[in-house]
Write a protein that binds this ligand. Structure first.
Ligand SMILES: O=C(O)C1=C[C@@H](OP(=O)(O)O)[C@@H](O)[C@H](O)C1
Ligand SMILES: C=C(OP(=O)(O)O)C(=O)O
Length: 414
């Protein structure tokens, strides 16, 4: 299946969608479960490939662990395999081998891990050859590159003989993901002290306790349904398995979408999305919810809402350079993603649709969020999404779910 055509719905949309479980919460729960000796009872394990890969690699005794394109799986397993003294080669797709990991490797080396680079300094593949705890239990790490390095270190901190005092340097990005890690660790009996003013987190040596743990549905996946409701003429969708007091920072989509014309009402099963009036312009800082940037950029472009976005620095080192990918694909809709302050502030503006009657063909750059963020365009005009299978990374049942509300087909060969 090389591409899919999404057609505008012929009827008002009324649907209940059971979202995939959050791969972020799931990957933390899987690592922590491993650290309890696989004795915890996890429910609602995510069907996302990133989480299935994590589960498979944790259970495998192979010397090579291939994470495919899963960033959290790569970063969390690096710390886990290192500190549990496992000898492994950690590798992934060519893109994974372009995503930096040097800050995490430097930190683990300081703690006593023997890690070397197979090819390029600072990037996977990595060779892990044992662990001998060092005297030092105090580390400093930059907070503005990827929070995944920090989460990875925090989860293994209780295993270190002297625990860990971690100081974060500079701006902290993706903070809710760090807080999610700490909350989940606490759910398995770990005590910690976080001082966000001093930017330090202190964790003593202690043991994880096996506990039951239920993983919440995925708020990042929910964002595509918000965009569908914002763009469709008539839509009401209930997303099942989401909570108002979520650990996931991407629940910020509730506030963002109030400006884009979607109202949220929490029910005892999840959240009900209904249409309301949209604002003419939106300014948003994505520092703590970078995975929402594509959803919001595309939705604003389609609704002709002027968007000013900041906090998108990390987008260039994700599954693809998401700034470049957005610029290329938004231009097919007659929209522009313009850099206003170098690498800091961008805006989305509508110029003119180069072909209002046409069916834009959207490339997805091996990035699930490109396919997921552009598919809702189909609520307004037919759209072709190339390489639709990329969604398996986080939301494998997306096309099946979308097929419940509108027609999707493989394009006819001419
Ligand atoms: O810890 C996590 O589960 C994640 C953290 C974020 O990455 P960064 O911290 O690199 O921004 C996010 O983009 C990613 O999808 C998942
Ligand atoms: C950036 C993402 O994932 P990861 O970094 O875990 O590959 C994502 O899911 O958007």
């Amino acid at each position: 299946m090389n591409s899919l055509l999404v057609h505008p719905p012929q009827r008002p949309i009324r649907a209940e969608i059971r979202l995939a479980a959050s791969k972020s919460e799931c990957n933390r729960a899987l690592i922590i479960n491993a650290l309890t000796g696989f004795k915890s009872d996890l429910s609602n394990i995510s069907e996302a490939r990133d989480s299935q890969t994590m589960q498979r690699l944790l259970a495998s005794s192979d010397s090579v662990a291939d994470v495919i394109d899963a960033g959290t799986t790569m970063r969390f397993l690096t710390a886990y395999f290192a500190v549990t003294n496992q000898h492994k080669i950690l590798t992934g797709t060519p893109r994974m081998c372009e995503r930096p990991i040097g800050l995490l490797v430097d930190a683990l080396r300081e703690l006593g891990a023997n890690i070397t680079y197979e090819n390029k300094e600072g990037y996977p593949p990595l060779r892990l050859e044992g662990f001998k705890a060092s005297e030092s239990n105090h580390l400093t790490i930059r907070g503005d590159v990827s929070s995944q390095y920090i989460s990875a270190l925090l989860m293994v901190a209780p295993l270190l003989p002297r625990g860990l005092k971690l100081t974060l340097e500079g701006e902290i990005g993706s903070l809710p993901y760090i807080e999610m890690t700490l909350h989940q660790m606490a759910s398995f009996g770990i005590e910690y002290k976080a001082d966000w003013n001093a930017k330090t987190i202190t964790i003593a040596a202690q043991a994880y306790e096996p506990r039951p743990y239920a993983i919440e549905s995925d708020w990042s996946g929910a964002s595509y349904w918000y965009s569908i409701v914002a763009l469709a003429e008539d839509a009401e969708v209930e997303l099942l398995g989401l909570k108002e007091d979520s650990l996931q920072g991407d629940s910020a989509i509730v506030d963002i979408m109030e400006h884009l014309g979607v109202q949220s009402t929490f029910t005892n099963r999840g959240v009900l999305l209904q249409k309301t009036t949209a604002a003419p312009a939106l300014g948003w800082d994505f520092t703590h919810c970078p995975d929402l940037a594509q959803t919001v950029a595309v939705c604003c472009a389609m609704k002709n809402i002027h968007l000013s976005m900041t906090g998108v620095e990390s987008l260039k080192i994700k599954e693809t350079d998401r700034i470049y990918a957005l610029q290329q694909e938004l231009s097919k809709l007659g929209a522009e993603l313009r850099e206003i302050e170098p690498n800091h502030r961008y805006e989305v503006r509508i110029l003119s649709d180069p072909d209002p009657q046409g069916t834009p063909a959207i490339h997805t750059y091996d990035d699930h969020r490109m396919a997921l963020a552009f598919a809702p365009i189909g609520m307004v005009r037919p759209v072709q999404i190339d390489d639709p299978g990329v969604v398996v990374k986080s939301y494998p049942s997306f096309w099946e779910h979308l097929g419940q509300v509108t027609r999707i087909e493989e394009p006819q060969l001419s």
